[in-house]
Design a protein around this ligand. Structure first.
Ligand code: F6P
Length: 577
């Protein structure tokens, strides 16, 4: 029997021709796909159906936050881990020291794609033990959009063995039936086994928050809708919990908070015209061999770093193609392992580093985008960038009465946040609490809202720019890194779908592309892992395999040469695919 594909790995029918759209068309499609976060998908339970579970969970979270020896730990891989980190960082401003995170691969993964540790369930257990050892009560939230990451599976399983201390929560976007059933190295369990065990235990021992929000606009790119929904759910949960800890009346409701995020989505796409201009500029930059730099500060700047970090594994991008820089660098991140800048140039985040090392290399081909900061607040730097004649953009948010005036010669995306959204997210009880001064609480809530709008805008720009560069075929990423088991099997699926080849043939050509010569198909997990390590870091593996199948007379070298001359696969094949 053929297994149904997890929804997070399915292709979205709304975006099947996204690769041949102009920038306005791309924005229109992304808007429709993002709307599914709130509208739900087919017969499945939607975000709003989880409102009461989140309210119940917030009672548990509040109890743990109030306990002197209680903490919240959020954990995940890639973007899921990064969003756990960002949420912990934000809510530690409200309850210092209460929010912790773990991420597969450690803090280097906050910045750089590090997919291999995602496959290790034992690393997950080790990291969770380390962070939780000196506490007596822990709310653990394991984030894995696809219900698939072994790293998170190990942690959830560990929590279930220690229910006297842990309350495990699984956050993801597939029904439990579609959790991953692939075997995990050195373990007798699959993700599916862990998820079904959690389901049997049930609330309040453990929680599964898994609304179905429909497939991603770029198939499998969970940094997009799933990442946004992760941010919405975590922030909703902790706004509710904060209200409970502070014993505010009236309590706000999860559905009201969801509604305000829905309004924020509309506010963001109301600026489609200007986002589209910036997307087009970033696309031109890529097509002429230039680079895109995000310059941001605080949470918005971190979202820029996160947006850029996901492009190498998703689109085979070089780390310098699109890169985020953050004012005050690692001290602004407030991460577990502190300043990692000694580890090499890619760990240098600071604006000062940008000024010294990157700025001198910029030219009219390049594009610099200020994120969450008006270039007028960085006048000296702006002038230096202008001298380089590169394209300059900015993305900011503001309340309607406080709109920033667009500086001349800058492509400005200025999202004005509707007052209804602010009101729903900022219940009057929250403002009047003694823990918060009015100004501090509204700044905090506005920064959550602003972050959401910025994430949607940046995702649209970086995705659209890679589409312009030919890194998407139909709605499939075709130049992904083959750097862990999920991505290995996803690559085989993409090759099959785009060529009509059998699974056997698709895998054969994948290996041919990795090694440049015929290789036996793997029969054990160990063999799959060794193919993954051979593939890691190699460019154009999947497009090369596709091309060899479609043009049967091409050798590996011939296919690579072909791709150097015509990087947009669909164009080169005269729209045959
Ligand atoms: O394997 C890499 C990756 O796909 C990242 O691109 C993504 O952010 C991460 O895995 C998380 O996936 P999930 O949330 O489904 O575990």
């Amino acid at each position: 029997m053929k297994m149904e594909l997890p929804i997070t790995e399915q292709s979205n029918s709304l975006s099947s021709n996204i690769d041949i759209q102009g920038s306005d068309g791309i924005l229109r499609i992304l808007k429709q796909c993002d709307a599914e976060i709130f509208n739900g998908w087919k017969q499945h339970k939607s975000l709003y159906d989880f409102a009461s579970s989140l309210e119940n969970l917030s009672i548990m979270a509040a109890k743990i936050i109030k306990n002197d020896r209680g903490i919240v730990v959020m954990s995940g891989c890639g973007t899921s881990g990064r969003l756990g980190f960002i949420t912990a960082r934000s809510f530690n401003q409200v309850f210092p020291g209460k929010f912790h995170y773990t991420i597969a691969g450690g803090d280097r993964a906050l910045l750089l794609s590090t997919e291999a540790p995602e496959d290790s369930w034992t690393d997950g257990v080790r990291d969770l033990e380390k962070v939780s050892t000196s506490f007596e009560e822990v709310l653990f939230i394991g984030i894995t959009c696809g219900l698939s990451a072994p790293y998170v599976a190990g942690q959830l399983d560990y929590c279930m063995k220690h229910l006297e201390k842990f309350c495990p929560v699984l956050l993801g976007f597939n029904p439990v039936e579609l959790a991953r059933q692939v075997s995990i190295r050195n373990w007798d369990k699959t993700f599916y086994d862990v998820a079904t065990a959690m389901r049997s235990l049930g609330e309040p021992k453990c929680y599964i928050i898994n609304p179905v929000i429909g497939p991603e606009p770029i198939t499998g790119s969970s940094r997009m809708k799933s990442g946004s929904a992760t941010k919405i759910i975590l922030e909703t949960l902790f706004i509710l919990s904060a209200n409970r800890v502070m014993e505010l009346e009236p309590q706000c409701r999860a559905s009201d908070i969801f509604l305000s995020y829905e309004i924020l989505l509309r506010c963001t796409y109301l600026q489609s015209k200007s986002i589209s201009r910036l997307l087009k500029a970033a696309g031109n930059t890529f097509c002429t061999g230039g680079r895109v730099c995000y310059l941001g500060r605080d949470t918005e700047g971190i979202l820029g770093v996160v947006d850029a970090s996901e492009c190498p594994p998703t689109y085979g991008a070089d780390y310098d193609d699109i890169r985020g820089f953050l004012q005050k660098s690692w001290s602004a991140l407030r991460n577990n392992e502190g300043d990692l800048s000694q580890r090499g140039p890619l760990f240098n985040l600071d604006w000062e580093y940008f000024k010294a090392e990157v700025l001198p290399l910029l030219s009219e081909k390049d594009c610099v985008i200020f994120v969450g900061v008006s270039p007028n607040d960085a006048k000296d730097l702006l002038q230096l960038i202008q001298e380089k004649t590169c394209t300059i953009g900015m993305i900011t948010t503001s309340s309607p009465e406080n709109t920033i005036k667009d500086p001349a010669n800058i492509i400005s995306v200025s999202i004005s946040v509707a007052s209804e959204a602010i009101e729903a997210l900022l219940p009057s009880s929250f403002i009047s609490s003694s823990l918060f001064t009015n100004a501090a609480s509204s700044r905090f809530i506005v920064s959550l809202m602003s972050g959401m709008c910025i994430k949607w805008s940046l995702n649209a720009i970086s995705t659209g720019a890679h589409i312009a560069k030919g890194k998407v075929l139909g709605n499939k990423m075709i130049d992904l890194q083959v750097s862990n088991t999920k991505l290995y099997y996803r690559s085989i699926g993409i090759i099959q779908e785009l060529t009509g080849a059998s699974r056997h043939v698709a895998e054969k050509y994948l290996l041919l592309s990795i090694y440049g010569s015929d290789t036996e198909l793997p029969t054990t997990d160990e063999e799959v892992l060794s193919h993954i390590s051979a593939a890691t870091g190699k460019p154009l593996i999947v497009p090369t395999a596709i091309l060899m199948i479609r043009k049967s007379d091409l050798s590996v070298e011939g296919a690579r040469e072909w791709l150097r001359n015509q990087p947009v696969l669909r164009k080169g094949l005269n729209n045959e695919l």
